[in-house]
Design a protein around this ligand. Structure first.
Ligand code: HPA
Length: 278
């Protein structure tokens, strides 16, 4: 077993115990709210809100518009646990730091992970403000999950079999919400890079050529972790800019946040509809 697995699981346990002491219900759904998408958490009837800095071993949010708190409560009558802000590799966190909250939320009871992000579109049919439901990914982060084996569990966590990381029934539900509410939801492939920069024109071209529809700097590590823990996953991407490699314009973090906010009501509608089916 790698040297630091034991320590890592102790950290998960301590963080889980801390959050567990502050809540009475068992959250069924974990929600990670990415750039510009934190507002959904304000719709939760909160039981408790815990700043990350108070939770043992939780990283701190440093990215723009990532509030850095955990909101636990009821959304559409369903017990949820939501992260207002996530952790990225470009903030200097390791892969294990970045996914620690996923382990914690699963240990607290979550069986479903809803994950959201802001992304750059490379599919020319996309426009900024679109929401894309992720049905596949290409992982270009080139970082391995350390082999983890929890000494207190019999389940081996060092294998991550599977290719269907994104729950088909959830994807169909999201598309159905779009049809009902009269907005078009895109479906496609998310390519993950570590950043910290938005892509060069050559990188945007590459992302398109290898089969990506959007590109971003998060989400895949969380999805892989959730899948390894047998959670069902719905992943939604707010397309904040569409790259035109031949006439590239500068993308700013502020613009990404502003456009993600515009896409937020669509995201809220999809998550609400999903929760109503549970
Ligand atoms: N690239 C990577 N991440 C992003 C982008 C982008 O163009 N837009 C929003 N997040």
């Amino acid at each position: 077993m790698p040297r630091d697995s034991l320590q890592y699981f102790e950290r998960i346990d301590e963080a889980t115990d801390y959050v567990g002491r502050h809540i009475t219900s068992r959250p069924l759904v974990a929600i990670i709210l990415g750039t510009g998408l934190g507002k959904l958490a304000t719709r939760i009837k909160p039981e408790v809100t815990l700043p990350y800095r108070e939770i043992p071993h939780f990283p701190q949010s440093t990215a723009l518009s990532h509030q850095g708190q955990l909101v636990v409560g009821l959304l559409e009558g369903v017990p949820v646990i939501a992260m207002q802000g996530r952790f990225h590799l470009y903030e200097g966190y390791t892969l294990l730091d970045a996914v620690l909250p996923v382990y914690v939320m699963q240990k607290l009871g979550a069986e479903i992970l809803v994950v959201s992000n802001a992304s750059g579109g490379v599919n020319p049919r996309f426009t900024s403000g679109d929401v894309m439901v992720i049905n596949s990914h290409i992982n270009l982060m080139f970082q391995q999950h350390a082999k983890l084996r929890n000494p207190t569990h019999t389940a081996e966590m060092d294998q991550q079999p599977g290719t269907l990381f994104y729950d088909r029934a959830f994807i169909d539900l999201a598309l159905e919400t779009g049809r009902k509410q009269d907005f078009y939801i895109q479906e496609g492939c998310y390519v993950s890079l570590t950043g910290p920069n938005y892509e060069t024109r050559s990188e945007y071209r590459m992302v398109r050529e290898i089969g990506g529809d959007v590109v971003g700097m998060s989400t895949v590590p969380e999805v892989l972790t959730a899948h390894s823990l047998n959670m069902r996953v719905l992943a939604l991407s707010a397309v904040t800019n569409v790259a035109k490699p031949d006439a590239l314009s500068e993308t700013s973090a502020e613009e990404v946040v502003d456009i993600a906010r515009l896409a937020e009501p669509k995201l809220t509608a999809i998550v609400s509809d999903l929760l109503k089916t549970l």
